[in-house]
Design a protein around this ligand. Structure first.
Ligand SMILES: NC(=O)C1=CN([C@@H]2O[C@H](COP(=O)(O)OP(=O)(O)OC[C@H]3O[C@@H](n4cnc5c(N)ncnc54)[C@H](OP(=O)(O)O)[C@@H]3O)[C@@H](O)[C@H]2O)C=CC1
Ligand SMILES: O=C(O)C1=N[C@H](C(=O)O)C[C@H](O)C1
Length: 244
């Protein structure tokens, strides 16, 4: 496939490596300094775009791909407030988009485990639950997209939680969740690719499920596989569609 990389930072560069290894060609690379090269005309050279850019630029990138009728895989996080709007526009304009807060196989297994554990915990009200995420200090969004997906998996399956709220540790803004609110604690520490933990705690014990990314390789390979999966498909998809 001919691939356009929208965002050529930490992720974009590893994605390029995997894409070339799998026999694909990179026909366009967009970063801050050449962002005006993201045109309908230039995109026409690509079979698919893969976006790992920034929360501020991702919507423009998506709509430019829609305008050029080029399918897009979106790994960028921090824009999910606009998800429904983008889905409507994708379907109305007969375009193709696949998004995921995390493209690694391990985290997608973790999402399933998390949902099952949350369902089980309906019978065990003695356990309080909390989500923790740790990422590198360059990360622009909090909580992480992955933590939001995990929190939604809990809220959708555990009757005693109805919404999540976020505390970024070290910012002097402490959150005091009500009984029906799920706390997501965000930590920013140098060089951590991404660690997510769900903790159920009672008076007498604690159960933790945890995913630790050792590098960004799992995310990057997953994004290339997602682009391959999207070939010849039409419509709006999420990474869970691949794992179904
Ligand atoms: N879904 C998943 O599995 C994963 C998602 N992510 C998400 O992917 C995104 C990128 O992560 P990461 O690579 O670590 O971030 P980086 O900051 O390393 O890279 C971001 C890239 O976006 C570029 N950029 C900035 N503005 C624009 C613009 N207007 N148009 C196009 N490109 C632009 C930057 O340009 P320049 O190089 O000039 O600064 C840079 O190349 C984040 O939202 C992150 O949360 C990350 C890992 C896994
Ligand atoms: O910004 C990152 O680095 C990551 N972002 C994604 C997220 O917000 O969940 C996925 C991964 O955890 C790394």
């Amino acid at each position: 496939m001919k691939i356009a990389l929208l965002g050529y930072g930490k992720m974009g560069q590893i994605i390029e490596k995997f894409a070339l290894e799998r026999g694909h060609e990179i026909v366009l690379k967009i970063f801050i300094d050449n962002q005006d090269e993201l045109t309908r005309q230039n995109l026409k050279a690509a079979d698919v775009a893969i976006d790992f850019s920034t929360p501020d630029s991702v919507l423009n990138n998506i709509y430019t791909c829609f305008d050029a009728n080029v399918p897009i895989v979106v790994g960028t996080t921090g824009w999910y407030g606009k998800l429904q709007e983008v889905k409507n526009e994708c379907n109305n304009s007969n375009n193709t988009l696949l998004y995921g807060s995390n493209f690694s196989i391990g985290v997608n297994l973790f999402f399933k485990l998390n949902q099952t554990l949350a369902k089980l915990m309906n019978s065990y009200p003695a356990y309080e639950v909390q989500v923790e995420e740790i990422h590198h200090t360059q990360k622009l969004d909090a909580p992480s997209g992955t933590a939001i997906t995990i929190a939604e998996g809990i809220v959708d399956n555990l009757d005693r939680k109805t919404e999540w709220l976020n505390e970024v540790v070290g910012t002097n803004v402490e959150m005091f969740p009500k009984a029906d609110q799920l706390l997501i604690e965000s930590h920013r520490i140098e060089n951590i690719p991404g660690t997510h933990t769900v903790i159920y705690s009672s008076e007498v014990d604690e159960i933790e499920i945890k995913h630790t990314a050792h590098s960004r390789a799992g995310f990057a390979l997953g994004a290339v596989v997602a682009a391959e999966w999207l070939e010849n498909k039409k419509g709006f998809f999420s990474i869970t569609d691949i794992f179904e």
